[in-house]
Design a protein around this ligand. Structure first.
Ligand SMILES: Nc1nc2c(c(=O)[nH]1)N[C@H]1C(S)=C(S)[C@@H](COP(=O)(O)O)O[C@H]1N2
Ligand SMILES: [Mo]
Length: 330
C-alpha cells in the first residue's frame, strides 16, 4: 500500500511535541519526558493522578474527561504507551497490517460527520458530531482491551456511556439489539478493495449490553481526540468483549428487533460468535485464549499474562450472562 501513504500529514516529530509541552508550561511532563524510556513508564504511572498533565501526547486537540468511577479493574495498571496504542492497530478499512492504519488513515475526513440513529426508537434522528460531543459530560475511563488475536492494551479512553444516547432516543419495546454501522467509503479507505470482510464493518450488542454503563461511546484517548487510526471521530468501546466488537468511525446506530449478523460472524461463524465475551476457558478454534501479550511490554523475556474472565470485568457484567452456556454462545 505504499502508493497510498499520505506524505503531507506526517505525525509530529519529538521536537514539536516538546515545544508544545513547553508552550503549555507542562514542566513536570517535560521532566518525565527527559527521563527517556524510564520517563515514559513514569508518565504512565503518574497518569493515575494527573493524566491530563502527564500523559497527553500533544499530537491532537485536547479532549479532557473527568475521572470516571466506572473505570473498573484496569485503573491501577500501567497505561500502554500512546505510541503503541496509535501505531499497532486493527482497522481493516485501512489495510490488514498492524501498521497500515497509522499510515493510511490520515486521509480520513472526520468533519463534517454525522451519526444516524434509526430503527426501533421513538426519536430517530441524525446527530452531528459537534452535538454528540456536547450530549453528555466527557469521562475518562481506563479500560483493559483484549484483541481476539491474543494481545492486550490499557487505554485511557474519553467518552460517555452509550446509555446516555440510548435513553434520549427512547427505544420502543421492540428494540432488542443495537447495531453499529461504520464508515465504508472507498475513496478514503484503501482496505475496502480487499474482500477480507463484508463492508461496511458492522457490529452489534444485545440491548442490555448496549445499556451497560461500561459500554462507552468514545471520542478520545489520552486526553485528546481520537487519532483516525483508532476510530475518529467516534467509536464504540466494549471492554469485556474481544476488540472487534468495538467498531470504529461509526456512521449509524440501529435499534433492531432481531439479532443481526456481524461482519466477523459472516467471515467465520465457527470462529467469531455474536457475543465474543473475553473468556480464557473458551479457545478460538485455532489458538488458545488463556493468555495474552501486553503490547508495550513484549520484550524477549516478558511473561505472557493470564487472560481474565470477561477481561477482568466479571463483577460488573457477569450477571448479564447468568444461566447462559458461554461455550455455545461464544
Ligand atoms: N470499523 C472497524 N472497527 C474495528 C476494526 C476494524 O477493522 N474496522 N477492528 C477491530 C479490532 S479487531 C480491534 S482489536 C480494535 C482495535 O482498536 P485499536 O486499534 O484502537 O486498539 O478495533 C476494532 N474495531
Ligand atoms: Mo481485534
Amino acid at each position: 500500500m505504499h502508493h497510498l501513504r499520505d506524505r503531507g500529514h506526517s505525525h509530529s516529530v519529538p521536537s514539536e511535541i516538546t515545544s508544545r509541552a513547553a508552550y503549555e508550561g507542562r514542566r513536570d511532563w517535560l521532566k518525565l519526558v527527559a527521563g527517556g524510556a524510564a520517563g515514559t513508564a513514569l508518565a504512565s504511572w503518574a497518569s493515575r493522578d494527573a493524566l491530563a498533565q502527564t500523559a497527553r501526547p500533544g499530537k491532537l486537540a485536547p479532549l479532557p474527561g473527568a475521572r470516571s468511577p466506572v473505570s473498573g479493574a484496569a485503573t491501577m495498571e500501567r497505561l500502554t504507551p500512546y505510541q503503541d496504542a496509535s501505531t499497532y492497530n486493527n482497522f481493516y478499512e485501512f489495510g490488514t497490517d498492524k501498521d497500515d492504519p497509522a499510515k493510511t488513515a490520515q486521509r480520513l475526513k472526520t468533519r463534517p460527520w454525522t451519526v444516524a440513529v434509526e430503527g426501533e426508537v421513538r426519536k430517530p434522528g441524525t446527530f452531528d458530531i459537534e452535538a454528540l460531543l456536547k450530549l453528555a459530560p466527557m469521562e475518562e475511563r481506563i479500560y483493559r482491551m483484549r484483541c481476539v488475536e491474543g494481545w492486550s492494551m490499557v487505554i485511557p479512553w474519553v467518552g460517555w456511556s452509550l446509555a446516555e444516547l440510548i435513553r434520549r432516543v427512547e427505544p420502543t419495546g421492540n428494540a432488542k439489539f443495537v447495531q453499529f454501522v461504520t464508515l465504508a467509503d472507498p475513496a478514503q479507505m484503501p482496505g475496502l478493495r480487499s474482500s477480507v470482510l463484508k463492508w461496511p464493518y458492522v457490529e452489534a450488542l444485545r440491548m442490555d449490553e448496549a445499556m451497560h454503563p461500561l459500554t462507552l461511546l468514545t471520542f478520545g484517548m489520552y486526553g485528546e481526540i481520537l487519532p483516525n487510526q483508532n476510530g475518529a471521530p467516534v467509536r464504540l468501546v466494549v471492554p469485556w468483549k474481544y476488540g472487534f466488537k468495538s467498531g470504529k468511525s461509526l456512521v449509524a446506530i440501529r435499534f433492531l428487533e432481531k439479532q443481526p449478523k456481524t461482519s466477523w460472524e459472516l467471515a467465520g461463524p465457527e470462529e467469531y460468535g455474536f457475543y465474543s465475551n473475553v473468556n480464557p476457558t473458551v479457545d478460538h478454534p485455532r489458538w488458545s485464549q488463556a493468555t495474552e501479550r501486553r503490547i508495550g511490554e513484549d520484550g524477549l523475556f516478558a511473561k505472557k499474562r493470564a487472560t481474565l474472565m470477561f477481561n477482568g470485568y466479571e463483577a460488573q457484567v457477569g450477571q448479564l450472562y447468568a444461566g447462559m452456556d458461554l461455550r455455545r454462545f461464544f
